[in-house]
Every structure is written in structure tokens, then in C-alpha cells.
Design a protein around this ligand. Structure first.
Ligand code: K7E
Ligand code: CUA
Length: 662
């Protein structure tokens, strides 16, 4: 043990003593639900494993979905510190997202989304650090975040013929597709049919979203119509099962009404087994119909694109082990996970070992393909891997993570003997994620449990409680040990835990790469032009420490105002904002970026604009005015109310004197 380690241990031990002293002294420390008694040595070990001292970096990025907040959050692991919020489906004034014209257009009028499953792009089944895809369960969309700058670059959708884009977005081994599926069924194409006709007239769909290998641009590749089951989660094949995809379903009863009862009748629901290469082929061969503008395949007419295999009652998650040979389906209402063998599934498909069909889709003989029903415990939801032959399944009802042994198994293996360890989590875990846990090469050191309820394991913040995420060491001693607990915005579902070496984001936007035709790079280029006929004022604004050029923009009440702002800085972290008082606008421009804001000046008066992002000692001086001249009053800055506004341009040399050294 080195000096630094000793020092940290001493500091942590001292802190524990001090905290204990305060707790006893005040006597007001409320009880913490699920409080564990941990030996001092365990506390010290956990502290050492998670403490990232000021100035040090975390080892992993944790990208976790923000659920109905519509965002993606980034934390460092092992510290669990929040580092960034990536706005995706919801406007976020902190980065000006959804306020400028470009991101407003991308949001398409929606102001929220429900993000569940982030998926990193992959090459040969490993994360390649290029893009992060996330779904919107609410408005049926998929977004692509570019990891070069951690920004949302595309939102595809609403995807036609799709309601409740939950079984989404699963990325294939070489990022050929993001695969998505419907949670809700509706009449397809969208129209009115009474709910009484649900079983026959409503449809679900699984969709292959094609990803351009160079740009990441998404487009609809194909869609397969399905019976009105509720598709839940999906997983893509890897290695031997590459080219195939799997989705769990509940409600194979095709029921409506109170699903908790009506959709829990059967002892088994289904996992869909989809050959996406066959779907590609069907579209190429013209065997798809166009519905709502996209190629749709009816699996009854195109045999070989989809099969069903029974799975224990109302399953939730489905996951494929790192070898690609075992497909694991979590029972939710059954205390087991079902393990299928890919080899056996393929044999059953090839030899047509079917027991029936659903709307023309063959049902595979369960007994021929199951390896084991592993008795993991109550409420199994999701499974991840460590790359050492173990699986980790979240148990919602038991509030625990269970570690169990993956096949191959000796003949006659006692299923109970496969359960290796259980660790309690707090409380009611949903998803869990291990480092590189859904790739072909999991790292097997950390696991994050994303719990649904924190039940007040934090300072009291009133009735609206955060979620809790717990960091678990899965490597030391080949056992799970609890390390740390963090609280998050609502509401994480799945996450991706990726080593920092895989990513290489830029520090600013190089000037040479700015292709925006409205970019300007000197105060001399700044200008304001008014067109009296179209009643439009267009301004090209230059932003640098610590001024905007121009410092005034004159418009007539009722004019449409278009402002393009370039942040001419070429230095990391030199961000400028542009907030306009009482016009509900705040855009934020990163170094080297150009953004456009547009509005109708429908309130006369004088409205300041100012830099919202603290940028230098003279940040507070970075301001200007929009003069909205009442209708009928003369504009003083133009000739006859038209042309280019006259203003004294600043000497750049003078302005440069305001810069601080670095
Ligand atoms: Cu289990 Cu939407 Cu993946 Cu939440 S889902 S937990
Ligand atoms: Cu620019 Cu603050």
C-alpha cells in the first residue's frame, strides 16, 4: 500500500468518525431505509475504489437514459459524478437546445420524449465510440447523438405504423441497423377501428432503421407487421447469431382492458426471432408493400423473416450472451430466466420443428431449444455479462442482483447450483449495466444497478424523490460488493458503460470546419439588413470575449427577426450565450459554432440581449439591445426603413485588449 492510499484511508476513516460524531450530537439524523451495517474495513475499501481525487479522471463513461425527462445523462464511473446532460427530445436552455432554428426543426414541435435504451455504435461487436442511439417510447422516434461533440444530430420519426417505440434501439454488430419494436398496437395504417376489434384489426411492428456507415444518417430499411402483442425488449445477435434479432412480448392474449389481469392469462408468451437479412432480401425482391410510405413485410406472406418461441410468463428483458450462442429471456411473472441455445433454435428453424403458428408466423417447439430455466428469483427483468462466463440479472421484486453461471452445463446439472450470489439493492431495480456488458467483450469490473425507488436514502427533498443508482464491484474476489450510491434525475432505464479510451471528443469546432453560410469571423463582417417589403430583419452577429458586434439591432414592431450568431472563439470552454429578455429565447454557442434564432418582434420597446454563459471577467459587460420601434414610428438606423443598419464597428485590436491570458 502506497502513501497516497494510506492517506486516503486515513482521511476516509477520519470522515466517518466526524460524521458519526455529528449524527450522534445533533440526534436529528433521520433513519435511512435499507441502511446496511458495513464493517469499517469494507467502507474503507469501497471508498478507495470509488474516490477520484480532484483533478483525476474517471475510468468509464456512463451514458444513462433520462426516461420521460427526454434526455441522456453522462456520469463518470467509479465516482458516479454527473458530468453532462445531453438534451435529446426535450429543450434544454442550459445548452440552448431547442431554441435555435436547427434544433427546433429537429424536435419537430414535440417538447418531450421518453428515453429508455441507449445503444452505442459497434464495429465487430465492440463499441467504436462513434454514435449513441436512443429511443423515444412516447413519440415513436430514434435519435442519434454524435460522440465527437456529444450533441444530438438527428431525430428520425415519428416512425410510421409504430406506437410506443419501446423495444428500441438495439444496434447490430457492425451498426448496420438500429432495431426497434412497438409496445402498443394500433390499426395500421393509422385510422379508427373500435377497440373491440383489437385482436384482429390492430397490429404491431418491428422495424430495421438503416444506418449509413459513414455519416450515421438513419432511414427506414424495412418493417415487419406482427400480431397485436406488446413487444417489450429486444436484443441483437452476435457472432453465430449475427443477422438475427430477438424481442420479448407480453400480451400474447391479444387482450385489452386491465392488462395486469387480461394479459397475464397464459403461462407463456413469446420471443420473436427475426432474420433481418431475410427482411432486407424481401424488400430488395419487391415482396414488401408500401404502407404510410415505408416498405412493410407481412410475415405470413414472406416465410422465413420471423418465428416465435414460447417464453415464461410476461417476459421483460431479452439479452444475448457475449458468445452469441445463448439467448436469455427474463420471466418477470415467473421466477426464472429462460436460456435458449442459438444452435438449437437454428436447427429447429431449419428442420421446421414447429408446434403451430400465430397469424401465419411459425411457433418453434419450446422443448427443442431450451437449455435451462434458471431459478434466479422474483421479478427478473434484465441480464448483463462479465465476459467470465457469468450473467447478472436484475430482480425487481426481490430488489437484488443475482449472479449466475452461463452454459454450457454438465448433463443433470441442478439448476439451483447455477445461482452463485445475490446482492440486495435499494430499491426495486430496473435495468442494470456492466462495462461493455452487451458487447462481445465485456470488461467485467463494474456493474451499475439502476433502481426505481430511492425511498428517501438521501436528504429529504419532499414528495418527489430522485432515483438511485448503485455501483457494484463485480471483479474483486470474483464477488459482487456494494461500492457507492448516487441519485439521478428521473428516470434511468438502460445505460451504456464504456471505457474512456474508446471515445475521443473534440475540444472546440475548428473554424475551417464551420460550413454554415452565415458564419462570420471578424467584427467587420457583422451587419444588420432590413427588407421593408418582407418586413424581415436579418442580423449576422459576431460573439467573442467580451462583446457582441453589433451591440444594437433595430427592428419595427411586427418584423420577423433572424439572428445568426457566430462564436469566433477557438479555445476550449469559451462558450457564449445569447439570451433575449422577455422574448423567451436563449441560445448557447460553442467555440467555432454558428447558430440561428428567429422570432417575430411582436412587442415594442427595448429588450436587452446578453451573454448567458459566464465567459470572462467582463462577461457581465457582454450585452446589447434590440430596439423594437412601434408601428408608425420611424426606424432611425436605416435609409427609409430599408437596407443595412449603420453602426460604428469596433476596432478588433481594442477588443482584443479585453482578452484574458491563458
Ligand atoms: Cu425495463 Cu423500458 Cu428497458 Cu425501464 S424498461 S426498467
Ligand atoms: Cu460571453 Cu459570457
Amino acid at each position: 500500500m502506497n502513501n497516497r492510499t494510506m492517506g486516503v484511508i486515513a482521511a476516509v476513516a477520519a470522515a466517518i468518525v466526524v460524521v458519526g460524531w455529528f449524527a450522534t450530537r445533533s440526534g436529528r439524523r433521520p433513519a435511512v431505509p435499507g441502511e446496511q451495517v458495513m464493517a469499517t474495513a469494507d467502507v474503507q475499501a469501497a471508498a478507495l475504489r470509488t474516490y477520484v481525487k480532484p483533478g483525476d479522471l474517471d475510468e468509464y463513461y456512463l451514458f444513462y437514459s433520462g426516461g420521460h425527462s427526454g434526455q441522456v445523462y453522462v456520469a463518470g464511473v467509479p465516482s458516479m459524478r454527473h458530468i453532462a446532460t445531453i438534451p435529446v427530445f426535450t429543450p434544454y436552455p442550459g445548452t440552448g437546445y431547442g431554441f435555435d432554428e436547427e434544433t427546433k426543426a429537429m424536435l419537430g414541435g414535440y417538447t418531450w420524449g421518453d428515453v429508455h435504451h441507449p445503444a452505442l455504435s459497434k464495429t465487430n461487436g465492440d463499441y467504436d465510440g462513434r454514435w449513441l442511439f436512443v429511443n423515444d417510447n412516447a413519440n415513436n422516434r430514434v435519435a442519434r447523438i454524435d460522440l465527437r461533440d456529444f450533441k444530438t444530430k438527428q431525430i428520425l420519426g415519428p416512425i410510421p405504423n409504430t406506437m410506443g417505440n419501446h423495444g428500441s434501439s438495439m444496434v447490430t454488430d457492425n451498426t448496420e441497423y438500429a432495431l426497434v419494436a412497438t409496445r402498443f398496437s394500433v390499426p395500421v395504417p393509422q385510422r379508427y377501428e373500435p377497440l373491440e376489434d383489437y385482436a384482429t384489426k390492430y397490429k404491431g411492428a418491428v422495424t430495421g432503421i438503416k444506418i449509413d456507415p459513414n455519416t450515421g444518417e438513419m432511414s427506414i430499411g424495412w418493417q415487419i407487421l406482427t400480431p397485436p402483442f406488446n413487444w417489450d425488449l429486444g436484443a441483437t445477435g452476435k457472432g453465430p447469431s449475427h443477422g438475427w434479432a430477438f424481442w420479448t412480448s407480453y400480451n400474447s392474449e391479444r387482450a385489452t382492458g386491465k392488462l395486469e389481469v387480461t394479459a397475464s392469462q397464459r403461462d407463456r408468451d413469446y420471443v420473436a426471432v427475426v432474420d433481418w437479412r431475410a427482411a432486407e432480401r424481401a424488400v430488395r425482391e419487391g415482396r414488401a408493400r408500401r404502407i404510410s410510405g415505408v416498405p412493410v413485410i407481412d410475415p405470413a406472406e414472406v416465410p422465413g423473416v420471423m418465428y416465435l418461441v414460447p417464453c415464461a410468463k410476461s417476459p421483460h428483458g431479452v439479452d444475448v450472451d457475449p458468445s452469441g450462442e445463448y439467448i436469455i429471456c427474463s420471466g418477470k411473472l415467473s421466477p426464472t430466466v429462460t436460456v435458449y441455445s442459438w444452435q438449437k433454435l437454428k436447427q429447429a428453424i431449419d428442420s421446421k420443428a414447429f408446434t403451430g403458428h400465430e397469424d401465419g408466423i411459425p411457433v418453434i417447439d419450446y422443448d427443442q431449444v431450451v437449455v435451462m430455466e434458471v431459478p434466479v428469483g422474483l421479478g427478473p427483468l434484465h441480464t448483463q455479462f462479465d465476459g467470465r462466463g457469468n450473467a447478472y440479472t436484475s430482480l425487481f421484486v426481490e430488489s437484488a442482483v443475482v449472479k449466475w453461471k452461463l452454459p454450457p452445463y454438465e448433463p443433470g446439472t441442478d439448476p439451483e447450483s447455477l445461482i452463485l450470489q445475490k446482492i440486495p439493492v435499494h430499491f426495486n431495480i430496473g435495468h442494470l449495466v456492466t462495462a461493455h456488458g452487451d458487447t462481445r467483450n465485456p470488461r467485467g469490473d463494474y456493474l451499475v444497478a439502476m433502481n426505481k425507488l430511492s425511498k428517501g436514502r438521501h436528504l429529504n427533498v419532499g414528495p418527489s424523490l430522485p432515483e438511485s443508482s448503485q455501483l457494484i464491484d463485480i471483479k474483486t474476489g470474483d464477488r459482487m460488493t456494494m461500492l457507492y450510491e448516487a441519485f439521478t434525475e428521473p428516470e434511468p432505464h438502460f445505460a451504456q458503460l464504456v471505457h474512456r479510451d474508446v471515445l475521443n471528443p473534440i475540444e472546440f469546432y475548428p473554424k475551417e470546419e464551420n460550413r454554415n453560410p452565415n458564419a462570420i469571423w471578424s467584427p467587420q463582417e457583422a451587419r444588420v439588413v432590413r427588407n421593408a417589403r418582407t418586413r424581415t430583419v436579418e442580423a449576422w452577429v459576431y460573439a467573442i470575449r467580451t462583446y457582441f458586434e453589433p451591440g444594437r439591432i433595430q427592428v419595427q414592431e411586427g418584423d420577423t427577426v433572424i439572428i445568426h450568431i457566430t462564436n469566433a472563439e477557438q479555445q476550449r470552454d469559451e462558450i457564449h450565450g445569447f439570451g433575449i429578455a422577455e422574448y423567451n429565447k436563449n441560445i448557447v454557442i460553442d467555440p467555432g459554432e454558428t447558430k440561428t434564432v428567429k422570432f417575430v418582434a411582436d412587442k415594442y420597446g427595448v429588450y436587452p440581449y446578453y451573454c448567458t454563459n459566464f465567459c470572462s471577467a467582463l462577461h457581465q459587460e457582454m450585452q446589447g439591445y434590440i430596439e423594437v420601434v412601434p408601428r408608425g414610428m420611424r426606424l432611425t438606423m436605416y435609409d427609409n426603413g430599408e437596407g443595412e443598419m449603420r453602426f460604428e464597428r469596433r476596432e478588433p485590436a481594442l477588443a482584443m485588449a479585453g482578452h484574458e491570458g491563458h
